[in-house]
Design a binder for this molecule. Structure first.
Ligand code: MSP
Length: 505
């Protein structure tokens, strides 16, 4: 059995989660569920990034200890994952002992091998971004862009990691591993960034300025720079499961590709003699009216609240169907409702209703044995093969489109066969056609719903239950057109996608 290790970015705990955070976790969940159904042994990690100045400041503003503050916000992120049916196998917090131990051990190893040195640092620091800025970051008029918040000049001794020594290794690595970053065009952006000489990375903060961090093992007067701390989570979570390293995919947003994930992280691992991850999957941003969704600007959707109103699976479906991984997407209620009505309620929901209703009326609720092949079968084979290829290539939005087309074909088949007319005719040949039509509808619904499982897990289970069917844990022969439902007793009705209450909008 192939092992498959998948991670998400770990979220800062200085603010509550919004739909952008939720999307990333759901996207990774869809991949994890898909890989499990394909038969892989999956380890799926998510978690929270809890050290640093912002958390220290937010806690101070509330008059509580940073740990208590982090505990509260981390619990919100964890609860959101549970609410959205995210099937993570582990949830790591950077304030946990198991993580801190590994960070300190890796730092000590780099220090012992001479990759970390002490020097005086002078620079402009952005607290909001937790990073030192460079002259090229300034606006043409000399001011700092708004995204950096308050910027202060700092002169202090610090520890540095010899990033520059590994620059040519990284360039060679990226050229050899053209598939390291998905989508591919982002790999070019990294190489462009690497065309300029790298500065060594300042990996410490003096404790008098920042208390809330992991003390350096070789100088306790300093704490570890948050990015050096946070990136290690991917490794510390599987420190006792070496079979999962290297990770197959780190799922991250485009804002944290360069330099942390595409430059610092592979170099840190290489310097430690550890293999880098196999690939980075980089998604774009959700925006509202064109502006990035973000808690600090107040421009955001609360994913938990939205799921309460419109359904967890409907939200999961919309996010995965709407976003082409890598590009940005604008979120609007109108767009959501259009897809909800046309693709979920009127297509899938309608097929479920008709199948259960007609089986109950015309066959006593028991699925008859199929008696002939149908043209839907060929459409199914093509749909399934394309769907799997598209998911393997992270084209989930198109993969879902294929399923919807298959459901549309199935509804059209029902219209054409018109079981309600067939049922009026007592001729034995017509009765046979009716039985076959009902068996075909049920089988098409079973198969279509099966493909939706990674994206809408609880909806799929509801449909399977209504069809009186319990699938196996992996796909394999679950996706073969056949007679699995023959003799199954169907429920008479199932409401999956109620009309959203217009009043509440
Ligand atoms: N703590 C760092 C990541 C450390 S990973 C070792 C961080 N945290 S974050 O909370 O700011 O962002 C977490 C993830 O959410 C990132 O991948 C980021 O791109 C993603 N998103 C935050 N806002 C987003 C949108 N509006 N849309 C989509 N994803 C966005 O960065």
């Amino acid at each position: 059995m192939k092992s498959f290790y998948l991670t998400t970015a770990i979220d800062y705990v200085n603010g509550s989660p919004h739909l952008g955070h939720a999307y990333e976790k759901v996207l990774a969940d869809v991949i994890a569920r898909f890989r499990r159904l394909m038969g892989d042994r999956v380890f799926f990690l998510t978690g929270t990034d809890e050290h640093g100045q912002k958390v220290q400041q937010s806690a101070r503003a509330r008059g509580i200890a940073p740990q208590q503050f982090a505990d509260e916000v981390s619990a919100e992120f964890r609860a959101l994952c549970a609410k959205l049916d995210v099937s993570n196998d582990d949830f790591i917090r950077t304030t946990e002992e198991r993580h801190k131990r590994v960070v300190r051990d890796l730092l000590q190893r780099l220090f012992d091998k001479g990759d970390i040195y002490k020097a005086e640092y002078r620079g402009f620091y952005s607290t909001r971004q937790e990073q030192f800025l460079q002259e090229k970051d300034r606006n043409p008029d000399g001011t700092w862009p708004e995204i950096f918040g308050e910027v202060t000049e700092i002169i202090e001794p610090n520890y540095f990691f010899k990033l520059r020594d590994y620059q040519s290794w990284l360039v060679g690595f990226l050229k050899q591993h053209e598939q390291f970053i998905f989508p591919r065009y982002r790999q070019k952006q990294v190489l462009e960034f690497l065309a300029e000489p790298l500065n060594d990375l300042c990996i410490s903060r003096p404790r008098e300025r920042l208390e809330w961090g992991i003390p350096l093992p070789f100088d306790e007067k300093f704490v570890t720079y948050v990015w050096f701390d946070a990136l290690v989570n991917y490794y510390s979570a599987v420190a006792d499961k070496p079979e999962f390293w290297p990770a197959d995919f780190h799922v991250i947003g485009k804002d944290i590709l360069v330099p942390p994930h595409a430059v610092y992280w592979p170099i840190m691992l290489h310097a430690l003699g550890l293999p880098p991850p196999r690939a980075l999957l980089v998604h774009g941003w959700w925006s509202i009216n064109g502006a990035k969704m973000s808690k600090s600007t107040g421009n955001f959707i609360d994913a938990a609240e939205f799921a309460d109103r419109y359904g967890v699976d409907a939200l999961r479906y919309f996010m995965i169907r709407e976003m082409n991984i890598g590009q940005d997407s604008d979120f609007s209620l109108q767009l959501f409702l259009t897809r909800y009505n046309s693709e979920l309620a009127n297509n899938l929901g309608n097929l479920v209703n008709r199948t259960l209703n007609m089986m109950t009326r015309f066959a006593g609720g028991i699925v008859p044995a199929p008696e002939a092949t149908s043209s839907l079968q060929n459409i199914w084979d093509k749909t399934r093969d394309e769907f799997i290829k598209l998911c393997e290539g992270f084209q989930f939005h198109i993969a879902l489109d294929r399923v919807i087309s298959f459901l549309t074909e199935t509804n059209a088949y029902i219209e054409l066969q018109a079981p309600w007319k067939l049922a009026k005719n007592t001729d034995p040949n017509t009765a046979a056609v009716l039985r076959n039509t009902l068996a075909t509808m049920a089988e098409a619904l079973r198969l279509g719903a099966t493909l939706l499982q990674p994206v809408m897990p609880s909806t799929t289970v509801k449909i399977q239950t209504a069809l009186g069917y319990t699938p196996g844990p992996v796909w394999r022969d679950e996706l073969v057109w056949g007679a699995k439902l023959t003799g199954a007793k169907l429920q008479p009705a199932l409401v999956l996608f109620p009309r959203p209450d217009q009043e509440k909008k």
